[in-house]
Design a protein around this ligand. Structure first.
Ligand SMILES: [Zn+2]
Length: 451
C-alpha cells in the first residue's frame, strides 16, 4: 500500500522542472558561500581557474574536479594549521564529528545547528515515507557517538511526534520489547537477525511482537538477506543510507530504490576509470555536493565529493509514492570490493550467495570469505565459510551449488575461469566458529589475503 503522508509535501512532490530550479538556486548560493566561507574552496577555485560566478546550474558541477576523503584529511591539522573545510566561525560550530572512512585517517566535520536541522529533516522525510508517524516508538540500535546517524534520527523523531528508545546497540534485554512495545527498530541486517534469535530463545516470537516495520542501514546488504530478515520477523524491512557527509537517502513504501533528498544534497555518479560522469542506469561512485538553502550557513560543505560508494541512478521519474526526487540503488562500499582476474567482487556478492533461500534451511547467515593465491601460478582461490546451526546435517553439495549459481550469474569471466585459474571452496562451520567472531570491532567479511 502506498502512503500519502509527507514531511515536506510541497518540496517532496515538486515537479521536475521546479525541483531543478530550486536545486540550481541552491547550487549558486552554495558555490558563492564556498568562495566566501570555505578556505579550502576559495583556494581550490583559484588553483583550478574556476570562476564561481560562472557556475549557475547543477550541470556546471560536472565540469569541476572531484575531491575525496583524502583531500579533507590533507587539509586539516597536522597537515595545515587550520581546518580548511570549516566554513563557519568557531562560535557557530555546534558539534564536531570524525569519520575514519577507508583510509583510516580521521576526517573532521563541523556542524552548525542549521546543519543538524537539515540532517534531521532528511531522516524525518525518510521515516514518514516508510509509514512511520506520530505515536510510533522506535528503538535505535545504530550507535550514538561520533557518527551522525543515530543522533539525527533522534532529532527527526521530535518533529514527527515519535518516541525514540536510544539504546545504541542491539544487545538489549528483550524485555525492552515487551515493556515499551516499540513499533519500529533501526539496526543492521545482522543485528536484527541476532535480536530475533535471542527473542526466540527467550520465548518471544518476533512475528508476534509490537514491531510493525524494521529499518536497516549503516551497511550495504543483498536483497536476499533483507528478504530473509523480513521472513524471520514477518515484517517489511526498509533501507536507509546515511553518512556524516550528509547523504541521507531513504527507501519509501514502494521499495524500489532510495529517494535522494535532491533539494538538500546533489548527487552525481562518476566513473573513476573513465574520469567522467556516467548516465542514469550506469554504475559508478556517488559524488555529492552539499546544497545550502539561500541565507543559511553550513559548518562543512562539500562540492563534488567522492563518497567511494558505488550506486546507480534508477529513475528521475515521479515515484508511485508521490515523491518526485530521484531514486538510487543501495550503495555498495568500494572498500568492500576485491578484484579477482579483472572482475570486481563485492562483499554483497558473497552475501547474496549465502542468503539464497534454499541455503537458509541449513545456514544462520553468518559468513566470511577470503581470497588467496592458489597453488598454481596465477591461480586465485575464494574460500567462503558459512556458519550452520549443525554442520553435520547441512547439505554441502546443495549449498555449494546454490551459492555458485548465484555468484556466477553476473560474473561470466569468473565462471569461465572456474577450474582453470579460479577456484571456489566452501567451508561449513558450527556456531561461533568463524574467524570474525574472534576479531574485535567491526568484522570484515571479505578479506583479500593475496600478498
Ligand atoms: Zn517513493
Amino acid at each position: 500500500m502506498v502512503t500519502r503522508a509527507f514531511y515536506q509535501e510541497a518540496v517532496e512532490r515538486l515537479p521536475r522542472e521546479e525541483l531543478n530550479a530550486l536545486i540550481d538556486e541552491r547550487v549558486r548560493y552554495t558555490i558563492e558561500y564556498a568562495s566566501t566561507h570555505s578556505p579550502f574552496y576559495r583556494s581550490w577555485f583559484g588553483a583550478h581557474g574556476i570562476d564561481p560566478a560562472a557556475i549557475t546550474s547543477h550541470e556546471d558541477l560536472l565540469e569541476l574536479p572531484i575531491i575525496s576523503g583524502k583531500t579533507i584529511g590533507e587539509h586539516q591539522p597536522p597537515f595545515t594549521n587550520e581546518f580548511m573545510f570549516r566554513s563557519v566561525e568557531w562560535e557557530e560550530v555546534f558539534t564536531i564529528h570524525e569519520t575514519s572512512g577507508t583510509s583510516g585517517t580521521p576526517k573532521s566535520f563541523f556542524l552548525t545547528w542549521d546543519d543538524w536541522l537539515r540532517y534531521a529533516e532528511k531522516y524525518a522525510r525518510s521515516f514518514i515515507s516508510q509509514g512511520f508517524g506520530r505515536g510510533d516508538r522506535i528503538v535505535v540500535c545504530a550507535s550514538y557517538g561520533m557518527n551522525i546517524g543515530a543522533n539525527t534520527m533522534t532529532l527527526a523523531a521530535r518533529d514527527i511526534g515519535m518516541t525514540i528508545i536510544p539504546i545504541g546497540k542491539c544487545t538489549f534485554p528483550s524485555q525492552v520489547i515487551s515493556s515499551y512495545q516499540p513499533t519500529g527498530i533501526v539496526g543492521s541486517v545482522f543485528k536484527l537477525l541476532h535480536l530475533a534469535q535471542r527473542m526466540k530463545e527467550e520465548g518471544l516470537k518476533p512475528e508476534d511482537s509490537s514491531v510493525k516495520r524494521l529499518v536497516v542501514g549503516g551497511e550495504s546488504f543483498a536483497d536476499e538477506s533483507r528478504a530473509y530478515l523480513s521472513e524471520v520477523w514477518q515484517r517489511d524491512v526498509y533501507n536507509t543510507y546515511g553518512s556524516t557527509e550528509g547523504t541521507m537517502c531513504g527507501e519509501c513504501v514502494v521499495r524500489e530504490g532510495l529517494h535522494v533528498p535532491e533539494d538538500l544534497v546533489h548527487l552525481d555518479v562518476y566513473d573513476p576509470d573513465l574520469k567522467d560522469f556516467v548516465k542514469d542506469g550506469e554504475c559508478g561512485r556517488a559524488v555529492l555536493t552539499t546544497l545550502i538553502p539561500v541565507g543559511s550557513h553550513a559548518g562543512t560543505l562539500l562540492i563534488n565529493y567522492d563518497t567511494e560508494d558505488t550506486t546507480v541512478v534508477i529513475t528521475r521519474e515521479p515515484c508511485p509514492c508521490g515523491r518526485t526526487h530521484l531514486k538510487i540503488t543501495n550503495p555498495q562500499r568500494e572498500a568492500e570490493t576485491v578484484w579477482i582476474l579483472g572482475t570486481p567482487v563485492n562483499r554483497v556478492d558473497i552475501e547474496r550467495g549465502v542468503f539464497q533461500r534454499g541455503n537458509m534451511t541449513y545456514l544462520t547467515g553468518e559468513y566470511e570469505a577470503f581470497v588467496y593465491w592458489g597453488e598454481k601460478e596465477g591461480e586465485t582461490t575464494l574460500r567462503v565459510s558459512m556458519e550452520c546451526a549443525d554442520p553435520s546435517t547441512a547439505n554441502r553439495e546443495e549449498i555449494a551449488e546454490t551459492f555458485s549459481k548465484s555468484f556466477f550469474k553476473y560474473k561470466p569471466a569468473l565462471s569461465r575461469a572456474f577450474g582453470d585459474g579460479f577456484s571456489l571452496i566452501f567451508n561449513l562451520v558450527g556456531p561461533r566458529e568463524l574467524e570474525l567472531f574472534r576479531v574485535k570491532g567491526r568484522p570484515k567479511r571479505l578479506v583479500d589475503r593475496r600478498a
